[in-house]
Ligand binder design. Structure first.
Ligand SMILES: [Zn+2]
Length: 268
């Protein structure tokens, strides 16, 4: 790595495994994706950062959930470890999504515990291992690491969110109420985006979930911040096609990456 700056995009994977026998048509299932997010940050490596992107789709297994966030109703037999279903599971969007867009069931049958375990072993665990290895390598080499966990969000809260019907800000930053990174990092990213003309909310409605919770330890100089960009800025949310705003957003995210690189350099 050139700089201890890591970006990851856990939800933009578009490679649908053969054993993902979802019930709704693929275009409905694909609306769970943060489509294009990995591509939107493609300039990050040229700025000295590392960019890690999941290839598997988040509706298949969601890396931004904890391993015990499983809905027991999804499992045909018995899950071998204790479960702690969260609010996300209640909304149908836990580790393995029970519902697709519009609240329709994702599966026509319950899954076996072995099937879910295979998804963890083949997708979830390698993703977290790759991210942890890069963050650890950066921290080892530089004594600090800054991590941007990159997502996109529907323009308006839907039935599977805690803010149905509400229009979202253009960007939402989440540091789990100041616990996953230094407050200065959140403030810097917010200031930079506002300087580009965007409206930015913090921890509302998204505070950050498993990835920043697991990897962000500001007391050890490990700073993880979740960033959500509003999908209406760059795509049609039904067709997933890029819209007229895509190029501007892509250019602004390149400027954000350059600004982050300068921020990190100043702190080494
Ligand atoms: Zn996401």
């Amino acid at each position: 790595m050139a700089l201890p700056l890591v970006l990851d995009s856990p939800h933009s994977g578009e490679t649908y495994p053969d054993d993902f026998d979802h019930a709704p048509p693929r275009p409905i299932v694909r609306r769970a994706e943060d489509t294009h997010v990995g591509r939107l940050y493609a300039a990050a490596p040229a700025c000295g950062a590392t960019l890690i992107e999941a290839r598997f789709p988040r509706a298949y297994i969601d890396p931004n959930r904890s391993l015990d966030d499983i809905d027991p109703a999804l499992i045909a037999d018995t899950w071998p470890r204790p479960l702690t279903p969260s609010r996300k599971t209640e909304l149908g969007i836990g580790l393995v999504w029970r519902l697709a867009e519009g609240g329709v069931p994702m599966y026509a049958r319950p899954l076996t515990a072995a099937e879910v375990q295979r998804r963890i072993d083949r997708c979830y665990a390698p993703y977290h291992a790759a991210l942890a290895a890069e963050l650890d390598a950066c921290h080892h080499a530089f004594g600090a690491v800054w991590h941007l966990n990159c997502h996109s969000m529907p323009a308006v809260g839907d039935a599977m969110s805690d803010d149905p019907g509400r229009a979202r800000a253009e960007f939402v930053l989440g540091d789990r109420d100041g616990t996953t990174c230094g407050t200065d990092f959140t403030a810097f990213v917010g200031r930079t985006l506002r300087g580009f003309g965007y409206d930015v909310a913090v921890n509302d409605p998204y505070k950050g979930v498993e990835i920043v919770r697991r990897h962000g330890r500001p007391a050890e100089n490990r700073h993880s911040l979740q960033i959500e960009v509003n999908r209406r800025l760059y795509m049609d949310e039904v067709t997933l096609e890029r819209n007229a705003g895509y190029a501007r957003l892509e250019a602004d995210l390149e400027r954000l990456c350059a600004a982050l690189a300068a921020y990190v350099r100043e702190r080494l």
